[in-house]
Ligand binder design. Structure first.
Ligand code: SAH
Ligand code: SF4
Length: 353
């Protein structure tokens, strides 16, 4: 049976017409699904019983289930485990600070790209998430934000599990629902999509002139080193990435953010800082330096404090916008995919909502 959330508004209208129902019902159904996150057709109380039964006989609703979050005592962030209808585990994180509450959401179960520093990468890819599964994480995290922080979500980062550009159509459609008045009506300027830098898809994305922010997981500006830690760099080498990002900038005029993991003795050396400063001359850039979060069975370590500081000062001295931050929720393994590596039994011990 088809999940009703895969239907466009016009497909819904077509279904209604074929069933001798009024077209305006399509909007009502859409509101139930996308604005109220209805979990079954009986909730749709402004539809006749007859129409609800018709819908039920043709369609299903596949909700994702959320478990109560794990709380970080370091930075007050909260990580949630979501289960898809086919019982796969994905993760979402809420990160509060003074002015904002940011939700970090996933686009795939696992990831096929196998970056050497990343826990999600060790899982491989299970499957792409649907439009509704991506969107619903935001919907649910918005409710959790109100519950735990008394505020609505202000920002979204597509930086959880998976490579969004390998699930581009669904990710873009889900973002449309997040920004659409018929959905959550969030400003696209408060949404950031992070990618490992797939050249072909970045070209495609540039041509759509997106209004949200783009972040690239760069991690090193030395080509050979990048191929070593991020296998996708072999087919998407830095010179090609630079070209497509110039194109992106020409199209969108949006400054690009670069995520840079400081891995001790590997990406935090003076030669790395120099290469990064050179790289930033290509387009207006902002650098986010991120502390590496240790992962079981991965042999990298975080930078020493003084090395991280030196790196930061060097980049700053070149008049590049740069921030340095700790990995969020370090005590609850909130970095990329680490939750999914934990034994499921442990997660199941957390109470169901
Ligand atoms: N696949 C996309 C989107 C996922 S974002 C991408 O890579 O951009 C996940 C972010 O978490 C990336 O910036 C990634 O580099 C970062 N990350 C992965 N492993 C990490 C670790 N061990 N410590 C801190 N950050 C990590
Ligand atoms: Fe995939 Fe991103 Fe992790 Fe690399 S860093 S394995 S692209 S999720």
């Amino acid at each position: 049976m088809t999940d009703i959330k895969t239907l466009s508004l016009s497909e819904l209208k077509y279904f209604l017409k074929n069933n001798n129902e009024k077209e305006f019902r399509a909007k009502q159904i859409y509101q139930w699904i996308w604005q109220k996150n209805a979990q079954n057709f009986d909730e749709m109380t402004n539809l006749s019983k007859e129409l609800r039964d018709k819908l039920m006989s043709e369609y299903k609703i596949n909700p994702i289930k959320v478990l109560n979050g794990v709380h970080s005592s370091i930075d007050n962030s909260r990580k949630f485990a979501f289960y898809t209808y086919d019982n796969l585990l994905i993760e979402g994180v809420l990160i509060p600070d003074n002015k904002r509450v940011t939700a970090c959401i996933s686009t795939q179960v696992g990831c096929p790209l196998r970056c050497k520093f990343c826990a999600t990468g060790t899982l491989g890819l299970k499957r792409n998430l649907s439009v509704a599964e991506i969107y619903e994480q935001v919907f649910i995290l918005n409710q959790k934000s109100e519950k735990y922080y008394n505020r609505k979500l202000t920002n979204i980062v597509v930086m959880g599990m998976g490579e969004p550009l390998l699930n581009l159509d669904n990710t873009l459609k889900a973002i449309d629902f997040m920004t659409d008045k018929a959905g959550l009506a969030m400003s696209p300027q408060r949404i950031t999509l992070s990618t490992s830098g797939l050249v072909k898809q970045l070209k495609e994305l540039s041509d759509k002139n997106p209004k949200f922010n783009l972040a690239i997981s760069l991690h090193t500006a030395i080509n050979s080193k990048r191929s070593e830690i991020m296998p996708i760099n072999i087919k998407n080498p830095l010179p090609e990435l630079i070209d497509v990002l110039k194109y992106y900038y020409k199209k969108t005029k949006n400054r690009i953010t670069f995520e840079y993991l400081l891995i001790g003795g590997l990406t935090d050396l003076p030669e790395d800082a120099k290469a990064l400063a050179e790289f930033c001359k290509n387009f207006p850039s902002k650098i986010n330096l991120i502390e590496f979060n240790p992962v079981a069975h991965i042999d990298y370590k975080k930078s020493k404090k003084q090395d991280a500081e030196k790196f930061y000062e060097f980049i700053k001295s070149k008049n590049i916008v740069v921030t340095i931050r700790k990995s969020k929720g370090a005590d609850i393994d909130a970095a990329c995919g680490q939750l999914a590596l934990k034994e499921k039994s442990k997660i199941k011990n957390i109470n169901h909502n």
